[in-house]
Design a protein around this ligand. Structure first.
Ligand code: WT7
Length: 635
């Protein structure tokens, strides 16, 4: 397969692309967009701006993204493997789908969705394990023009219900069960709990996967039954470039999770552009991203990016530690993986299991190894470099967000200096800046400067809106600094232009690469009938990056036995296991300012064990609160 011109492979091309993108961004992206299959080309390349929060790309063009992910490859290389599915249990059968088979699978599912009454513009909620049908379902939605909203299958019934309601989903696609490592979850039963009060849902389409008996009702259809008579032909629906492609919910510092909206045209262009440039795939390369389809990484670098580029894509059902801590390396050897993309939390967990695991496998197919989700610490970076990449594979430390749609700052395969803890330079066409708190762009007055990370110019896969609430999108991302997209991260930049991401500057914590709003966890804790008030902060955790530390004030006279566990259960129930607090401390009072604001700075220090260095506490309403908390910790 031929590489498109925009896959940059030399430093000279990199410099040239960067300059062209600065000189004329519209022409830069137009040339790239021309390599895709459109039904109708655009007259206007880009309109709107960051200040007015009305950016549009290729607005009057039409297309269907699945013709680019599937048909153009099924026509030129039908027999090439598109998806290799590796099951949870290494002894179970691997499934492979060629591009031609992918086309007929997606067409059949498109016909089934259509027969169930799903139409262009309808929302479909996906609550699925890591099975090929998860990709087929995303693509089938895109093929018929429905908007998918994938909800990570680790979220609880309550969290699923909130997301179904917010999007007013017409259909939920799920499976009977999910199996990861030694654990099984009956997803269809969780959906039953979630559906209470969800009037918009007309059909629950269930995929038979584990074969377990599950509760069904009058809304149910079994996918394998409907698929039997479904045609393998389906004419993709013509979409406007700015029609929504999907909604993906993510946490922020306030309120309920918000539905980030991405659109068909711009997202497509940037997904393939970033995928090719960062991972540098060649002809018959095999790519593997270990994320779950429930996160943006699984959207852009499992489903869309690799298939747009026409590569062979590994999809893995299981976990890195099952049946043992060598599983990732066993899968790399088994499928001769060339590009491998995972998260620092997994690297740290496998590093803790010892060097022998990677040593026991043949990893010589690897060419580029990647990291995403949180800053990768130097120790983990070095281990990854030495034991996985064998000191010959470049590491791409990729910074981006649900809202950016694709990787923004990273080395491009071999290009860029290998420097642990530095993500590297922005991709050509991306213009990050560092701001001071007043919103002034910082100049490079020293070798390394630090500031708030913001993006200065529209890019094709940027967030368009938050579902059903454009004001919230404006307020969260575009109002803090007028004329910029604000990331919520702090960063450093060297005089060579390399970025090092420091982490969130808002009340968002990053647990195992998953974003959690502290306010959201507090809301869940406050649902416990004995809790009066709570405060949640992140603290530094060896494996997870950050852990969740909760402080709770309970009604006077509450029997505290078992209370911490009950509070944790409440969080699992309201959000899911990923948000479970590592510590719940029952306290008498919280440190507050005279105006009643909780001083999180002090709680963060306490949670991080910095008890002797709490800083200025003189503005506290009740200085004894801190003493009481420290005493409670010692108990
Ligand atoms: C937040 C976005 C993008 C996919 C996974 C997470 C942090 C992400 C890096 C990195 C340092 C990183 C940031 C960002 N983050 N990648 N390479 N180095 N920090 O997506 O849930 O939207 O979270 O993850 O804090 O803002 P997300």
């Amino acid at each position: 397969m031929e590489k498109p011109f925009f896959q940059i492979t030399t430093e000279g091309q990199f410099q040239d692309a960067t300059e062209r993108a600065i000189f004329n961004p519209e022409l830069y992206w137009e040339d790239i967009a021309k390599t895709f299959r459109w039904r109708k080309r655009w007259t206007d390349i880009q309109s709107g701006n960051l200040t007015d929060v009305n950016v549009k790309w290729f607005e009057d063009a039409t297309l269907n993204i699945t013709e680019n992910c599937i048909d153009r490859h099924a026509e030129t290389h039908p027999d090439k493997t598109a998806i290799v599915w590796e099951p949870n249990n290494p002894d179970d059968t691997v499934k492979k789908f060629s591009y031609a088979e992918l086309r007929s699978e997606v067409n059949k599912m498109s016909n089934v969705l259509k027969a169930c009454g799903v139409e262009k513009g309808d929302r479909v909620c996906l609550y699925l394990p890591m099975i090929p049908e998860a990709c087929f379902a995303m693509l089938a939605c895109a093929r018929i023009g429905a908007v998918h909203s994938v909800v990570f299958a680790g979220f609880s019934a309550n969290a699923l219900r909130d997301r179904i309601k917010d999007a007013k989903a017409k259909m939920v696609i799920t499976s009977d069960g999910l199996i990861r490592g030694g654990k099984k979850l009956l997803l269809r039963n969780i959906v039953s709990d979630a559906l209470e009060g969800c009037d918009s849902v007309e059909t629950v389409l269930t995929i038979k996967h584990t074969g377990d008996n599950v509760q069904t009702n009058h809304l149910d259809k079994w996918y394998h039954e409907l698929k039997e008579n479904a045609s393998a032909q389906f004419e993709a629906v013509e979409m406007s470039a700015e029609d929504p492609l999907f909604i993906l919910y993510t946490s922020g510092s306030t309120g309920a999770p918000k539905g980030v909206v991405h659109t068909c045209g711009g997202y497509m262009v940037y997904a393939e552009y970033s995928f090719r440039n960062v991972f540098q795939p060649e002809n018959d390369d095999v790519f593997w991203c270990t994320a779950d389809v429930g996160w943006i990484t699984g959207h852009t670098y499992i489903t869309y990016g690799p298939l747009l580029a026409g590569v062979t894509n590994v999809m893995f059902e299981g976990v890195p530690t099952y049946p043992d801590c060598g599983r990732f390396w066993a899968v790399c050897e088994k499928h001769k993986v060339n590009q491998f993309y995972t998260a620092p939390t997994a690297i740290r967990a496998l590093m803790a299991a010892g060097d022998d695991y990677p040593k026991n496998y043949k990893l010589d197919s690897l060419k580029v190894i990647g990291s995403v989700g949180e800053p990768i610490n130097e120790e983990a970076w070095k281990w990854y470099w030495k034991y996985v990449g064998k000191e010959r594979c470049p590491i791409v430390d990729t910074w981006w967000q649900t809202e950016t749609g694709g990787i923004m700052i990273s080395n491009l395969g071999i290009l860029g200096e290998q420097r642990p803890t530095f993500a590297g330079r922005p991709l050509p066409g991306i213009h990050p800046v560092l701001l001071d708190p007043e919103g002034n762009e910082k100049e490079q007055t020293e070798d390394t400067i630090e500031g708030l990370l913001a993006i200065k110019q529209p890019w094709p896969s940027m967030i368009r809106t938050t579902w059903g609430n454009h004001g919230r999108c404006r307020a969260v991302y575009f109002t803090p600094f007028l004329g910029y997209y604000f990331t919520g991260d702090g960063a450093k930049r060297t005089k060579e232009g390399m970025f090092r991401i420091i982490g969130r500057v808002d009340d968002v914590i990053n647990v195992s690469g998953h974003r959690l709003g502290t306010a959201e966890i507090e809301n869940a804790i406050n649902e416990h009938d004995k809790v009066i008030e709570s405060a949640v902060v992140g603290y530094s955790h060896d494996i997870k990056g950050q852990g969740v530390f909760a402080f709770a004030i309970c009604e006077p006279g509450t029997n505290s036995e078992g209370l911490s566990e009950e509070i944790s259960e409440k969080v699992i129930d309201m959000i899911g296991k990923i948000a479970k607090p590592d510590h719940v401390l029952i306290v008498e009072a919280l440190p507050k300012t005279r105006s009643g604001k909780i001083m999180r700075r002090i709680l963060r220090k306490i949670a991080n064990g910095e008890h002797d260095n709490l800083g200025d506490t003189s503005t506290l309403l009740d200085p004894n609160a801190v003493e009481a908390i420290l005493a409670a910790i010692k108990d």
